[in-house]
Design a protein around this ligand. Structure first.
Ligand SMILES: [Fe+2]
Length: 345
């Protein structure tokens, strides 16, 4: 197991790099834009391949590294389904699993600090974002924060994990790096309340100044999406309506880039091939499955994913690899569903 806790001193943010082995797939949680070069250097030094960049919530105190990491490594960007960040390529809900090779986390929806706050549980540890901090809890006075919801997230979910569970938060300003659920239950001053109303009153009495970066960070973090317009301008995009009209045509091969769990949960385009985004380079390279589909059967490949972000990167990669007829469905299955496209389960 490769596990690195990385720190941005300017915003007091912890980011976490995880992988199961050298040479394997990695994910990073809560990366900070200014530290992207450092992450990429470490990823190279540890011989890892970054496949997922994840934010626990929409941050107000720093600009996320998700967009820059996506642009530089073509990784998948991941947030919870309640986020208002524009195009995140994969959205998770409570009960889903966040995985890369050899690493699997359970997704918990833990709103309160923001309405898009999620925590990730992996065996002996939990990544709590700003829901549970070491001897503190995330503020609840902006970004649709809600002290009542946070109480439920804390007492109803996180504090029910085993006492020895390691707590890795998204921030610390005192120099602490890790705690445990049991330790926080006993010594976290915010958790020594006897009722939800007492917690709400405590949170309402804090009177914190807004974070310095808030006016910059929040708008910018809502727009980390890949510009799908650029792909459209090159003539490589289909809107959902035009794509729906192609279902069943023998000269068209829809290619689903999502993971199996996303297909099972949300359905897929009838007759589509499944070629997960993580295997793209293999599939479009010499002898690859998609290259053969395009060449031998002379079918036009139409990539799609959940929101159009993975497929926009895939169509660019396919074009670069010489599969010049490749297109993608703009807005992904989300747009397809809104346009009443048929779905197979
Ligand atoms: Fe936060």
């Amino acid at each position: 197991m490769i596990f690195r806790q990385l720190f941005d001193a300017v915003s007091g943010t912890y980011s976490y790099l995880l992988a199961s082995r050298a040479g394997g797939e990695a994910m990073i949680i809560d990366p900070v834009l200014e530290k992207v070069d450092r992450y990429l250097q470490l990823i190279r030094e540890l011989d890892l391949r970054l496949v997922k960049a994840v934010d626990t919530h929409l941050h107000a105190d720093h600009i996320t590294g998700l967009g820059a990491l996506r642009d530089r490594t073509h990784c998948i960007t991941v947030m919870g389904e309640n986020t208002k960040a524009d195009v995140v390529s994969m959205r998770l809900a409570e009960g889903d699993r966040l995985t890369v090779e050899g690493v699997s986390m359970d997704v918990l929806y833990t709103p309160g600090h923001t309405d898009d706050s999620y925590s990730f549980v992996m065996g002996d540890r939990v990544f709590t974002g700003d829901t549970l901090l070491i001897r503190g809890t995330g503020r609840t006075d902006f970004q649709n924060g809600d002290a009542r919801m946070q109480y439920e997230s804390l007492f109803g979910k996180l504090l029910r994990l085993p006492d020895e569970t390691l707590v890795f938060p998204a921030h610390d300003y005192k120099g602490d790096t890790v705690s445990t659920i049991g330790e926080e239950k006993r010594y976290n001053p915010r958790l020594q309340v006897k009722s939800i109303d007492e917690y709400v009153a405590l949170m309402a009495s804090l009177n914190l100044p807004n974070p310095k970066m808030m006016d910059v960070a929040v708008p910018s973090n809502m727009k980390i999406g890949l510009a799908q317009q650029e792909i459209a301008l090159r003539g490589w995009a289909l809107d959902a309506k035009n794509a729906i009209a192609m279902v069943g045509r023998p000269d068209i091969a829809f290619v689903d880039l999502r993971e199996t769990s996303e297909r099972e949960k949300h359905g897929s385009i009838p007759g589509a091939l499944h070629a997960p985004y993580g295997d793209l380079q293999k599939n479009i390279g010499p002898g690859g499955m998609l290259r053969e589909v395009a060449r031998a059967s002379d079918r036009r490949i139409v990539f799609y994913c959940a929101f159009g972000e993975r497929s926009a990167m895939a169509v660019q990669a396919a074009q670069d690899a010489g599969i010049v007829s490749a297109l993608h469905v703009e807005g992904g299955l989300d747009a397809w569903r809104k346009a009443d496209g048929p779905l197979a389960r």
